[in-house]
Design a protein around this ligand. Structure first.
Ligand code: 5GP
Length: 217
């Protein structure tokens, strides 16, 4: 589980979690991060929910039926899983482990239930970021603009947002998405700082020893 640091110091890969009520802009922020942060790989979840227009199998989700999902749970193929809006969602274990051991960091777009499970399993390697909308009106506007869901689904998502919000204190960082560019800069700063944490930088001892040897010459 080591990643080459940009400065040549080896470090462990980290698991970067973004959670928020839906409509807070998390999907946009995830896409921006993936575009601009080489070394970060998205964890693609499995879900039993129906595919939305524009979504692509294997890119946005692995769309599976309930029996298949239950089989994945039974066989221990999921790192975490949860029921969200009456559908099942879960993180396939193998791709995450493969990415981490190939020296990559992994980005997760999962809810608070999944975040808790991930944190229980790998707390030191998990960085939890919660995205807040600036206001309820803003959240509702974004859900409507997305135009992917019926009014009934949107009402459901709004009422669930209250519940989601109550979990903010379980996260390491809170970003208010008032303006997407500012929010992105904040999220990116968190990732950069977390990559520099001493505990993750497994190559530091060796790096400093080498420096000392050079100084002693
Ligand atoms: P959506 O249906 O809008 O794509 O996602 C609904 C919610 O499910 C979002 O809050 C998203 O973060 C969450 N979610 C997506 N994939 C997973 C997963 O693998 N595990 C968990 N626990 N939540 C997920």
């Amino acid at each position: 589980m080591t990643a080459g640091g940009f400065d040549g110091v080896e470090r462990r890969g980290l698991m970067f979690v973004l959670s928020s009520p839906s409509g807070a802009g998390k999907t946009t922020l995830s896409r921006m991060l993936l575009e601009r942060e080489p070394g970060l790989k998205m964890s693609v979840s499995a879900t039993t929910r129906a595919m939305r227009p524009g979504e692509v199998e294997g890119r946005d989700y692995f769309f599976v039926d309930k029996p298949k999902f239950e089989k994945m749970v039974e066989q221990g193929e999921l790192l975490e899983w949860a029921t969200v809006f009456d559908n099942l969602y879960g993180t396939p274990r193998a791709p995450v482990e493969a990415a981490l051991s190939a020296g990559q960091d992994v980005l997760f777009d999962i809810d608070w239930q999944g975040t808790q499970q991930l944190h229980q399993k790998a707390s030191v390697d998990v960085v939890r970021v919660f995205i807040l909308p600036p206001s309820a009106a803003d959240l509702e506007k974004r859900l409507h603009t997305r135009a992917q869901d019926s009014d009934e689904v949107i009402r459901g998502r709004m009422s669930r947002a209250t519940h989601e919000l109550s979990h903010w204190a379980e996260y390491d960082y809170i970003v208010v998405n008032q303006n997407v560019d500012d929010a992105f800069a904040e999220v990116q700063s968190i990732l950069k700082a977390e990559r520099l944490k001493r505990e993750r930088r497994t190559g530091l001892t060796e790096f400093v020893r080498k420096l000392q040897r050079q100084l002693e010459k």
